[in-house]
Design a protein around this ligand. Structure first.
Ligand code: C2O
Ligand code: CU
Ligand code: CU
Length: 516
């Protein structure tokens, strides 16, 4: 796409959710109005177990294609699907499995597919360097070296991740292990073990997705006015057991959810991004940023229903500025996510154990070093980044941060520059600080970490599991600790970045290598 003056003007002048490129942006608010009934049965992504090969490997075959999806009766939305029309199947693996995933690109443009949260060699990671050309396929092989948890795959194409994920290039990876299997947790997929990919979208009147239509979108991150769960608008779930496990992925580009039940009931959180928690935690609210996962157990009584909601986010930092930014970031909304409907329920024999998982617990004293990361978001960053992301500005000349780009430690992402070199086996503390007025979810490839502290305070019990993405609030410094074991490769980098996809696309990303 070359620079179009008209487009630039539109980009520059538009604000908020106002229409750009014509006045046809569907004000879908009405469809999401607070009392809108839940009319669609929640879709459950199909499960893929992989095909056993002669050598014992499991082969998963994924095909990314362009498609149309009927989210609303009589309206065809152009989408990307994996083996289907929107999103993809859930890959089911067990820790220790040897897998090959063949990804075929049937689209007319480049894609990548990244295994978010998986500890795999950099060349198999599916980041911006592992481009799959149109018509080509890519078949990384690796061992599943994870604790039991929910992971996911999604596009990671340089500058186009937000667009491709918005269009549907994403799916789930469900991993279990002996430890989790011994706990007796609800685990009947789609019955009492329910995956929930929560996303927000905006629609044009013709049914197509409206994406990145304003400078506000680019700066604050894109937010939609219509909630989709597993691609289902206005979804309800028929609950079958007294105890149901909800596995939540925030698969949205930028929206932070603050989940709670409408009747105020509490639930039990049992997992975070990359593992079960050490112990179950009783909670009423659960804040989940893009890229993060969490699992909760919910109790239901026969012949009852309850709505999973998302409530306005209390941005820490607070004050007038905090409230203003909260409003600008769109986290001031009350959203109805999913209705749970129970008929006659079967009892569950699940008795919740007191201890769930043994989670690595690196101590500060073990750390070889601390690296510091500052998330930079100049006020003009969005527009520049957006124009660059949409190919409206030439190459990404030079390193360093152009005035107005987004970056980390004063540098905007450059695929040709290695920002950090980590020694194989090192235990490191990464201290991420956020001087900007928006919360940013910071994600690190390759490893799972533990949160050491937030502004010096130990994390709450719901943060005592493995994580790969951590929300850093305005004014906060979060220290995480991890070990970089396996997979030295001085040539091929892993990424770390903000998981607000518009920020990532605008340059809030860096690269590290692991070196023997
Ligand atoms: Cu969810 Cu770098 O990715
Ligand atoms: Cu990732
Ligand atoms: Cu960000």
């Amino acid at each position: 796409m070359s620079i179009s003056r008209r487009r630039l003007l539109q980009v520059g002048l538009a604000s908020g959710a106002a229409a750009v490129g014509g006045s046809y942006v569907w004000q879908a608010q009405a469809r999401n109005s607070s009392r809108r009934p839940f009319t669609n049965a929640l879709q459950i992504p199909p499960l893929l177990h992989g095909t056993p090969q002669a050598d014992g490997r499991k082969l998963f075959e994924l095909e990314a294609r362009s498609a149309t999806t009927e989210f609303f009766k009589g309206t065809a939305t152009p989408t990307i699907g994996v083996n289907g029309s929107f999103l993809g199947p859930t890959l089911k693996c067990r820790s220790g499995d040897q897998v090959t995933i063949k990804v075929s690109n049937k689209l007319a443009y480049d894609i990548t597919l990244h295994w978010h949260g998986l500890h795999v060699p950099a060349k198999a990671d599916g980041g911006p360097h592992q481009v799959i050309r149109p018509g080509a396929s890519w078949s990384p092989s690796f061992e599943i070296k994870q604790k039991a948890a929910l992971f996911w795959y999604h596009s990671h194409l340089m500058g186009r991740t937000g667009q491709q994920v918005n269009d549907g290039l994403a799916g789930l990876i469900l991993i279990d292990d002996d430890e989790s299997a011994s706990l007796g947790l609800p685990s009947a997929y789609g019955i009492d073990d329910i995956p929930l990919v929560v996303q927000d979208r905006r629609f044009n009147r013709d049914g197509s997705f409206a994406y990145l239509t304003s400078m506000h979108d680019a700066m604050m991150g894109f937010q939609g006015d219509t909630i989709l769960v597993n691609g289902t608008p206005a979804p309800y779930l028929t609950v079958r057991r007294q105890l149901t496990r909800l596995r939540l992925l925030n698969g949205s580009n930028s929206r932070i959810y603050n989940f709670a039940f409408e009747d105020g009931r509490s639930f039990t959180q049992i997992a975070s991004d990359g593992s079960l928690l050490e112990r179950p935690v009783r909670r009423k609210r659960l804040r989940l940023a893009p890229g993060e996962r969490a699992e909760m157990l919910v109790e239901m009584r026969s012949d009852s229903s309850v709505v999973l909601m998302s409530y306005p986010d209390s941005v820490s930092g607070g004050g007038m500025m905090g409230r203003m930014m909260q409003g600008m970031a769109g986290n001031s909304e009350t959203l109805r996510i999913l209705e749970l409907r129970a008929g006659k329920l079967e009892g569950s024999n699940s008795k919740l154990p007191e201890r769930l998982a043994v989670v690595p617990n690196w101590q500060e004293a073990q750390a070889d070093r601390t690296r510091r990361f500052r998330l930079d978001m100049p006020m003009m960053g969005g527009m520049m980044g957006m124009m660059r992301g949409r190919g409206m500005m030439g190459g990404r000349g030079g390193s360093g941060m152009m005035r107005g780009e987004m970056g980390i430690n004063g540098k905007s992402m450059d695929m040709g520059r290695i920002d950090e070199k980590v020694r194989l086996g090192a235990v490191e503390i990464w201290a991420i600080s956020n001087p900007s007025p928006l919360a940013h979810p910071f994600h690190i490839h390759d490893i799972q970490f533990r949160i050491l502290d937030r502004n010096g305070r130990a994390p709450g019990p719901h943060e005592t599991g493995l994580k790969d993405t951590v929300l850093v609030d305005p004014g906060e410094t979060v220290r995480v600790i991890t070990q970089f074991s396996d997979f030295a490769d001085p040539e091929r980098p892993y990424m770390y970045h903000c998981h607000i996809l518009e920020h990532e696309d605008a340059g809030m990303m860096g690269q590290f290598t692991v070196n023997a």
